[in-house]
Write a protein that binds this ligand. Structure first.
Ligand SMILES: C[S@@+](CC[C@H](N)C(=O)[O-])C[C@H]1O[C@@H](n2cnc3c(N)ncnc32)[C@H](O)[C@@H]1O
Length: 345
C-alpha cells in the first residue's frame, strides 16, 4: 500500500515536470532533452595550478586517453572512463585536480578573471567554481571571498580550500557565512567580479532521483526564482561600476534563468547593469534571450550541463536618487526585499 502511494506521487510529480518543460521547450526538443538528462553525468578534471603533479596523464593518475576539453582555455581534461580521486602533491600537500562539469568551468571563463581582481563568490559551496576562479586569480595581487550560508556546506567549502590551496595562501581566501541576499553583509565599491552560482532546481539530479521528483511542482521553480532574484540584485548593488557579474544555475527552467535576469534588469531598486553575454564566444551550447545555456543534448558535444549563465556589467545608474525615491515609495518589488529565511533557521 505504502509502496504504491510513493509510486503514485512519483508519477504525479513526473507528469507535472514533463508537462511544464514540454511547454517551455516544445514537444520535440523536450523529448531529446529529457532523454539526455538521464545520461550518466559527464566529468572533467580541472588541473590545480598549485600542484606540481601536472606533467602527464600517467603522473596525474588519469587514463591515457584523457584530453583537454576543447571548448575551454583553462587546463581541464576529460575522458570516457570515470575519473579517479585526485592525488596529493608531496611537496605542497594540495590535491592535483578537481572533478566537475566542464560547462561550470565555461561559466568561470565567462567571468574573465584577471590576476588583480577582487572577487566575490556569493554562493560558493562545495567550492568547485571557487577553485576554478583561483586558477586565474593571483591570491597575492587579488582577493577572493567565498561565501556560503549553509553551515554544513560552509564547513565543506573550508575543507576544500585547505585541500587545494597551499598553506601559505590559505589565509588569503576569505570564507564567510552570510546571506548573499543582504546588501549590508558585503562592502560597497570593492568587488569588480562577482559570481552568483545560485541554488536552483538541479533538474538533471531530479530526473535521476525518483523521491525528489515526487515533490516536484511548478511552485518549486517559482520560489527558487525569488531567492535567485534577491541574490542577483544584491550582487548588482555590490559590484563596482564597470565590474562584471556572472549569474549561473544548473536549471533548465526559464523562470530561474532568463526570467531572473529580466526581473533583475527591471528592478528599480537595484543598480543598473547591462547584459554582455555575447561579448565573447563559447565553444558549445546555445544562446537564450539574455544568456547562454549548455544542455546535455547539445549538437556539438553531448553530456555536459545543464548550465545556464548570463554575464552582466554594471554601468553608472541613469536613475537619479530623487526619481528612485519617488517611483519606489508606493510599489512593492517581487523578491528583492525578502531575505533568505535560511539564515534565521
Ligand atoms: C549551486 S550551489 C553552489 C555551487 C558552488 N558554486 C560550486 O561550484 O561548488 C548554491 C549554494 O548556494 C547556497 N545558498 C543558498 N542560499 C544562499 C544565500 N542566501 N546566501 C549564500 N548562499 C546561499 C546553497 O547552500 C548552495 O550551497
Amino acid at each position: 500500500m505504502k509502496k504504491s502511494n510513493t509510486h503514485n506521487k512519483q508519477q504525479i510529480g513526473l507528469r507535472a515536470f514533463k508537462a511544464y518543460y514540454s511547454k517551455q521547450f516544445g514537444e520535440e526538443r523536450w523529448n531529446s532533452l529529457y532523454k539526455s538528462l538521464h545520461l550518466p553525468k559527464k566529468h572533467s578534471c580541472l588541473l590545480n595550478k598549485y600542484s606540481t603533479i601536472v606533467t602527464n596523464n600517467q603522473d596525474l593518475g588519469l587514463p591515457a586517453d584523457a584530453k583537454q576539453v576543447e571548448f575551454l582555455t583553462l587546463p581541464c581534461l576529460s575522458c570516457d572512463e570515470e575519473i579517479s580521486h585526485p592525488s596529493r602533491d608531496d611537496s605542497n600537500l594540495v590535491l592535483n585536480y578537481y572533478v566537475l562539469d566542464a560547462a561550470s568551468v565555461m561559466a568561470i571563463e565567462a567571468l574573465d578573471i584577471q590576476q588583480k581582481d577582487n572577487v566575490l563568490d556569493l554562493c560558493a559551496a562545495p567550492g568547485g567554481k571557487s577553485i576554478a576562479i583561483m586558477q586565474k586569480l593571483s591570491l597575492v595581487e587579488g582577493t577572493l571571498q567565498c561565501n556560503e550560508l549553509d553551515s554544513a556546506r560552509n564547513a565543506k567549502l573550508k575543507r576544500i580550500i585547505t585541500e587545494y590551496v597551499p598553506f601559505a595562501y590559505q589565509s588569503k581566501v576569505n570564507v564567510t557565512r552570510k546571506s548573499g541576499s543582504l546588501v549590508f553583509n558585503f562592502p560597497n565599491n570593492f568587488y569588480n567580479k562577482i559570481l552568483v552560482d545560485a541554488p536552483c532546481s538541479s533538474d538533471r539530479h531530479l530526473v535521476q532521483n525518483a523521491d525528489e521528483m515526487a515533490k516536484w511542482k511548478p511552485k518549486l521553480t517559482e520560489t527558487l526564482a525569488l531567492t535567485q532574484l534577491s541574490l542577483l540584485v544584491c550582487a548588482m548593488e555590490k559590484v563596482k561600476v564597470g565590474g562584471t557579474i556572472v549569474y549561473a544555475t544548473c536549471s533548465i527552467s526559464d523562470a530561474e534563468n532568463d526570467g531572473v535576469i529580466e526581473k533583475a534588469l527591471a528592478n528599480k531598486r537595484g543598480a543598473s547593469c547591462v547584459v554582455v553575454t555575447n561579448e565573447r564566444e563559447y565553444g558549445i551550447g546555445e544562446p537564450t534571450k539574455h544568456g547562454w545555456i549548455v544542455l546535455p543534448d547539445d549538437k556539438k558535444e553531448q553530456g555536459w550541463g545543464p548550465l545556464f549563465f548570463c554575464v552582466l556589467r554594471r554601468i553608472e545608474s541613469a536613475v537619479k536618487e530623487d526619481e528612485f525615491n519617488d517611483s519606489s515609495s508606493d510599489e512593492e518589488e517581487e523578491g528583492v526585499q525578502s531575505d533568505d529565511s535560511e539564515e534565521n533557521k
